[in-house]
Design a protein around this ligand. Structure first.
Ligand code: MSK
Length: 635
């Protein structure tokens, strides 16, 4: 499907402006790319060795094997599990970075960071089987960091990674162990996928996909540790009211957009900006410094500190086209290389900060945790200097921003429930699921993709599910979409929730002191924070004495795009969660792989992929799955 549309209300102003200025955007480039390669779309193009590229003729008239003899099934399986390995590597590298920072703090080597949530650190220690009660909190931090880094070092294949082993249900662990897909070492599993997909190695599509599932579960492990340790270092989210969309930019402030995923830098930039407001004012910015978020770095600082979100993935270029962004500071992942070219059309400093993420034309600040405050100061100074070069005539900030109540991590959700039942916080949730007031739970995750109208599938599916009393959780750029479209508000609950859901959300929100219902969609954080939703699901499953594949729980990635989304979707399925994709996955050139991931896997793991490009029909399918699960539970 090719639409080349953007459903973001800011686009109506900014895309014509871009055209007038001769600036191309992601939608222009997507259009120029049509028709996209059909072999690639089917996953049947093999570029694993230099005998190729080889491609299988999907119509049966041409080659049915690559030069080495690989079939479409082998080629598709190899391609897709390499995507999973890349996704796992991305999340886990982020996690390693954060774990090393925790170790640095514990050893007194990183004075610019501190333990912000001691309680969380102690509970993580207990969860990992360590002594969380020791008085010396730095000693606890050291043990947690070392145990976490052990998940990158363990060579015993029979001992699963500590984080996954301490997070999911016992029944799920047994099931995954029986299939030999439990990861023992993140690095080894990713390396293993690259090795088995090398020319002349694993050719069995089922064996390959199982190897991919192990990689996806390594991704899950990496996400768990990244999320939880980030909470320790930067604070655990709690409800906060903020705003989203490009109207959060300010004409009279130095606007700094933090973009990417890793809070190690962005959190310090936020702190330093607070101290440098006077310098900005001396440069003429009467409102000082305004930090805004983009993509998942945006989500990280939004759910923890209430920093407003300017843009999700597809709108990152639009932020620059306002002419009001003085610096866009990026760390890792989901950063379009095009931002450097667009920044150069304005006065905007594009600042890269990580050794492994540089962009031609950008200014590089060599970020190190040991010099984080100094680096942040350098970045804010660059932004103030850029502000002085800003041309006010070119500033067009669409007057569009929506309120968003965010910050619903696991602790915040359980905390809100505890206001109804302090002794047994999960009981109100379980009771309302059992009596049907909450029909089921849906987690919205994943990216934007120009193959569909930006944000529209998220909004369409969520509204239909909410009307049918499904509790909605969201992360990543999906959460960004909901925030931008006003669906993280109490008003949205009153407008779109079905009657029984509305009553439950109102009871919880009111008891929790929010002055009204919980927002229609609960923002759990960045894409790395999908592990939070699993934590809630595991608590529910344990409470009910069932495994995850019995819960009336679904997930949906209607606009999936990145390799990380491929990994997330796969672990979601492996954990027993029916998972909707609104984008055609690049596997349909293989009948074996297609059947495996949409049907056979259901018998093996309980979860499976539901591919439905039409958002309205997708909502119906998700409701059917929820009802099927309810029926099986006898509720
Ligand atoms: S940023 S991985 S586009 S969610 Fe996490 Fe958004 Fe997807 Fe990137």
């Amino acid at each position: 499907m090719t639409t080349n549309h953007c459903n973001d209300p800011c686009a109506a102003t900014l895309i014509p402006l871009a055209k007038k200025e001769g600036i191309t955007t992601v939608w222009d480039r997507h259009k120029a790319m049509q028709p996209q390669c059909g072999f690639g779309q089917l996953g049947v193009c093999c570029r694993i060795c230099w005998k190729g590229p080889c491609r299988i003729d999907p119509f049966g008239d041409g080659p049915q094997q690559g030069i080495c003899g690989a079939t479409a099934d082998t080629i598709v399986a190899r391609n897709v599990i390499r995507m999973m390995a890349s996704g796992a590597a991305a999340h886990s590298e982020h996690g390693r970075h954060v774990a090393l920072a925790l170790l640095g703090v514990a050893e007194g080597k990183l004075p610019d960071y501190t333990i912000r949530d001691e309680g969380k650190l102690r509970s993580i220690a207990a969860k990992l089987g360590l002594d969380g009660t020791r008085e010396d909190i730095l000693a606890v931090a050291r043990e947690v960091a070392l145990a976490t880094l052990g998940d990158f070092q363990n060579q015993d294949h029979d001992t699963p990674c500590a984080w996954i082993a301490s997070t999911i249900t016992g029944k799920r662990l047994e099931k995954l162990a029986a299939l030999h897909v439990l990861p023992h070492n993140i690095d080894a599993v990713v390396t293993g996928i690259m090795a088995r997909t090398n020319v002349g190695c694993d050719a069995d599509p089922v064996n390959l996909v199982l190897g991919g599932v192990k990689g996806a579960l390594a991704d899950f492990n990496g996400m768990c540790l990244a999320t939880e340790i980030s909470d320790v270092l930067f604070g655990t989210p709690s409800p906060v009211v903020t705003a989203a969309n490009l109207g959060v930019l300010k004409e009279d402030a130095v606007n700094i957009a933090v973009h990417g995923h890793n809070p190690l830098l962005s959190d310090v930039v936020c702190d330093v900006a607070l101290l440098m407001g006077d310098e900005a004012r001396r440069a003429g910015a009467k409102d000082g410094i305004n930090i805004v978020g983009v993509c998942c770095t945006g989500n990280e600082v939004m759910v923890r500190h209430g920093i407003p979100l300017a843009a999700n993935y597809l709108s990152q270029e639009l932020a620059l086209i306002t002419g009001a962004v003085d610096a866009m500071v990026v760390d890792v992942q989901c950063i379009m290389p095009s931002i450097s070219e667009i920044g150069a059309c304005f006065h905007t400093e594009i600042i890269t900060t990580m050794d492994d993420t540089k962009i031609p034309g950008a200014t590089h600040v060599n970020f190190r945790e040991a010099t984080a405050t100094e680096n942040a100061r350098q970045i804010v100074t660059l932004a103030i200097e850029a502000y002085k070069r800003r041309n006010p005539q070119r500033v067009i900030i669409p007057d569009i921003k929506r309120t968003a109540m965010v910050g619903f991590g696991t602790e915040a959700i359980v905390g809100a429930l505890a206001t109804l039942n302090a002794e047994d916080p999960l009981k109100p949730l379980v009771d309302n699921i059992a009596n049907g007031a909450i029909r089921g739970i849906a987690l919205f995750a994943g990216c934007n993709n120009p193959q569909v109208d930006q944000d529209s599938s998220f909004v369409t599916i969520a509204r239909k599910l909410a009307r049918n009393n499904v509790l909605l959780l969201a992360t990543g750029c999906g959460a960004g979409a909901f925030a931008k479209h006003g669906m993280m508000t109490q008003e949205a609950t009153l407008e779109y929730a079905g009657d029984s859901l509305k009553a439950v959300l109102t009871a919880i929100g009111t008891a929790a002191g929010l002055g009204g219902p919980l927002p229609l969609v609960l923002h759990m954080g960045s894409c790395v924070d999908n592990s939070r939703a699993v934590e809630v699901a595991v608590a529910l499953a344990n409470k009910l004495g069932v495994d995850l594949d019995s819960l009336p729980l679904v997930s949906s990635a209607p606009e999936a795009m990145s390799e990380k989304a491929v990994a997330i979707g796969t672990w979601s399925v492996a954990l027993g969660i029916p998972t909707h994709l609104g984008i055609m996955p690049q596997v349909t050139g293989s009948p074996v792989v297609t059947k495996l991931v949409t049907e056979t896997v259901k018998e093996l793991l309980g979860g499976y992929f539901i591919v439905e490009l039409d958002p309205d029909r997708a909502a119906d399918k998700l409701l059917d799955v929820i009802d099927e699960r309810r029926k099986a539970l006898g509720i």
